[in-house]
Design a protein around this ligand. Structure first.
Ligand code: NAD
Length: 348
């Protein structure tokens, strides 16, 4: 129990390596954890990086599973877990986006094994103590510091293969973590600093990367911005944006990053009139009207830009708003059925 008005801040433990070529440090990070038997999980997109890593690990490599998929279904975890147990691994190494990280956390939660995570997107899961899992379409989420990877290795060279659409939507997904931290009920000087730097890094680096996808320095800035944004997600209570993303994503099985990307300008426009300090911070971070900057970035997506493009039925919007308003996450602007339906209509 803490006294009213007293902020409690816990930094997430962990070791972070960042820079071009950092993936080649995985074997020494495995050694550092005093592990001798590494099992590598990934999404298929990372297969050739896994080949390289297994070669670097040499006799310390004891197995691989490249079937990680979005939303961490329990049946996939159980399939991978059987291989991990049979291999007598003593560390999990993960290559991929949030899906590979989710699988790594799910295996660690069942075995206690330490994790070295090598993210290839900007999702941020690698620095959060949160795991969402699905069984028969139903999602359960747990939060436990023991889920945090021991070592995170950000190598921007691994993001060079991201298609333009994934780069844009994944970066906007990261931006959403930082933007919501600016108006979070439990924001602090620490999270304000993280969020401000994350927003300015991502909004400056993203246009450079979209213009020149092989600009490694800009890719590196984007990756480090995503790291800080992930820390915002870990450190603050998310509001209406994340609640809408969970409600819509869960109801209609929508693509994670694309959904975040299209919602963000709408939720920001809705919340900022009720969050003057966040408005000021975001305006300073982007040097312009934050809603316009986010809308301009989201408009550059060649894929789905509206909920209707994702086949969300218009007549379902009010029911989503009712569910969200029945148990709202803490949010600066009121979360009532009519207002949230209006917001969803604008995003539709
Ligand atoms: P993802 O990991 O599912 O990857 C999306 C697609 O992009 C996949 O097909 C993947 O193979 C491909 N891909 C990944 N990196 C690539 C690269 N460098 N080059 C080419 N293709 C690449 O997507 P995501 O958005 O990173 O993660 C989404 C998942 O993470 C969801 O399950 C979400 O719930 C979870 N998540 C969890 C947290 C948390 O804190 N627990 C935070 C954010 C996201």
């Amino acid at each position: 129990m803490t006294a009213a008005g007293v902020q409690v801040h816990e930094t997430t433990a962990g070791r972070v390596l960042l820079g071009p070529g950092a993936r080649r440090c995985v074997p020494s990070e495995v050694d550092r954890l005093r592990a001798e038997r590494a099992f590598v999980v990934s999404t298929r997109s990372a297969a050739h990086h896994v080949d390289e890593c297994l070669a670097d690990l040499g006799s310390r490599a004891v197995g691989r599973f490249d079937g990680a998929v979005v939303h961490t279904p329990v049946h996939v975890t159980e399939e991978a877990l059987a291989l991990v147990l049979a291999s007598r691994a003593d560390v999990i190494v993960a290559f991929g986006g949030g899906s590979a990280t989710g699988l790594s956390k799910a295996i660690s939660a069942r075995t206690g094994l330490p994790q070295v995570v090598v993210p290839t997107t900007y999702a941020g899961s690698e620095v959060t103590p949160v795991l969402g899992e699905t069984r028969d379409g139903a999602k359960t989420t747990r939060r436990d510091p023991a889920l945090l990877p021991d070592t995170v290795v950000y190598d921007p060279e691994l993001t060079l293969s991201m298609p333009r659409g994934l780069t844009l939507t994944s970066a906007l997904n990261a931006l959403a973590h930082a933007v919501e931290a600016t108006w979070a009920v439990d924001s602090s000087a620490y999270t304000d600093a993280l969020a401000t730097e994350a927003v300015s890094s991502i909004t400056q680096a993203l246009p450079l990367v979209l213009d020149s996808p092989t600009d490694l320095a800009a890719r590196g800035r984007l990756h480090s911005g995503a790291w800080l944004a992930g820390c915002c997600l870990a450190q603050t209570r998310m509001g209406l944006h994340h609640q809408l993303a969970h409600a819509l994503g869960g109801s209609f099985d929508l693509p994670h990053a694309e959904l975040h990307a299209l919602l963000l300008p709408h939720v920001t426009a809705y919340n900022l009139p009720a969050a003057p300090a966040a408005r000021e911070r975001l305006t300073r971070a982007v040097g312009d009207d934050p809603v316009q900057v986010l809308a301009d970035l989201a408009a550059q997506h060649d894929g789905a830009r509206r909920l209707r493009d994702l086949d969300v039925p218009r007549d379902a919007l009010r029911a989503v708003a009712e569910r969200v308003a029945a148990a709202p996450y803490p949010n600066p602007a009121p979360v009532d059925v009519d207002s949230v339906t209006g917001l969803l209509e604008r995003a539709w």
